[in-house]
Design a protein around this ligand. Sequence first.
Ligand SMILES: Cc1cc2nc3c(=O)[nH]c(=O)nc-3n(C[C@H](O)[C@H](O)[C@H](O)COP(=O)(O)OP(=O)(O)OC[C@H]3O[C@@H](n4cnc5c(N)ncnc54)[C@H](O)[C@@H]3O)c2cc1C
Length: 433
Amino acid sequence: MLKSAGRSVVIVEARDRVGGRLLTETVNGTRVEQGGQWLSAGQDQLLRLIEDLGLATFPRYRNGENVYIGHDGVRRTYSGDALPLSAHTTTQLHRVGSALDALARQLNPEAPWEHPDAEELDAVSFASWLAEQTDDVEALNLAGLYVGPAMIARPNSAFSLLTAALLTSSVGGFSHLADENVVLDLRVCGGLSQVADRLAARLAGNLVLNSPVTRIEWSEDGATVICGRASYWARSVLLTMPPPLVASIDFLPPLAEPQCELRARQHMGQVIKVSAQYDEPFWRHRNLSGTAFSPYQLVHEVYDNCNDDLPDGSGILVGFIAGENATRAARSNPEHRRAAVLASLSAYFGEQALRTSCYVESPWLADPFAGGAYGSSFEVGALTRHGPLMREPVGPLHFGSADLAGYGYLHVDGAVRVGRMLGARLAAKAQWS
Ligand SMILES: Cc1cc2nc3c(=O)[nH]c(=O)nc-3n(C[C@H](O)[C@H](O)[C@H](O)COP(=O)(O)OP(=O)(O)OC[C@H]3O[C@@H](n4cnc5c(N)ncnc54)[C@H](O)[C@@H]3O)c2cc1C
């Protein structure tokens, strides 16, 4: 947008590649999407960009039955989106979802702090609100799973009811959070990271890789961005790293206390995405879709992740370890972790799941330019205190990230929305000399 508006732009990227939390790697001859990969029909900004870039999408494989392992440890298969729960648990889960939906409907996800009861909703943790909604353990654990581990990727006690309502509102309701057929609908042929690759190809002359920004010297007139021995002067600077990482930059003059506090109260989630390759998609031959859930398994959700052009016969399952499980698993010995992951997969799909031909774990938790996964969220009480400042410029400095999105919060669609918002803001500024 800025280039089209005739502005002179330089993109300074820390890594030796573009894409950030989108990364497609070839492992054992097969493409593995290590970061964001799914999109849904409602994510119109991302879909528009995908179309504009000439990329094609394909639906996630979902033929056959899904697997659920409940509180009783029993493995059950089911069809459609209704989990095999008791009538009581189903009613209770629906009640919790409806209560969250009712709050979410009252919110503007772009400004959740404007809700008349925002401070009250932000003062209570999602975990303690959940505990008051029902005493049905299974319903509590499932509702907690959909919001906490599966999305925010932090313990439900670490973020507020207001943040849970923001997330719910940003994706279009609790039923969307709980329905993998909505939020995990489509993939991009060749990998979602091609969105970044194709944008980068259009901006080849404007892009400098291997340049972590360490210092920014700024005044009301502009800023000097310093990366190692190189430096760039600009009238305006967009900082689009995950918000907690803004603190890794040395600002001169230092950012004011509310700006520092704002980013110190946002914390990255913890997720390990695991991919297991097999000589064949054996689950498909047993009329299983590859979709599996359990709040009680280390790998709490699993999907068939065969690529659009995978050679006939071979199969990939993708799964997620999140929140406290991810923190603990990351500390454990890699061989033990791999064995524990495969034990989870075999609990869902039988012992054939143990015989993987290749096993890959995502790198985000140890990545200094991500700082965690999927993204960041405010701690209890901080969204109302600091949220109104989060997209506000400071002199020539502007801040953007999927983690600062309202609609599309924590999703690639949100990154695109915030990017467009910043592009429009700067393109509308008077032409620079
Ligand atoms: C495992 C995983 C699975 C996910 N699954 C999905 C999904 O299926 N669907 C979905 O919509 N979303 C998903 N997400 C979330 C999605 O990937 C992110 O929300 C989105 O990619 C974030 O985009 P961004 O541009 O805001 O930030 P980033 O992609 O993090 O980009 C920030 C950029 O800043 C760079 N940077 C950082 N520090 C510096 C510095 N000091 N100097 C210069 N450059 C710096 C980084 O290298 C990076 O390129 C997933 C994320 C993960 C990690």
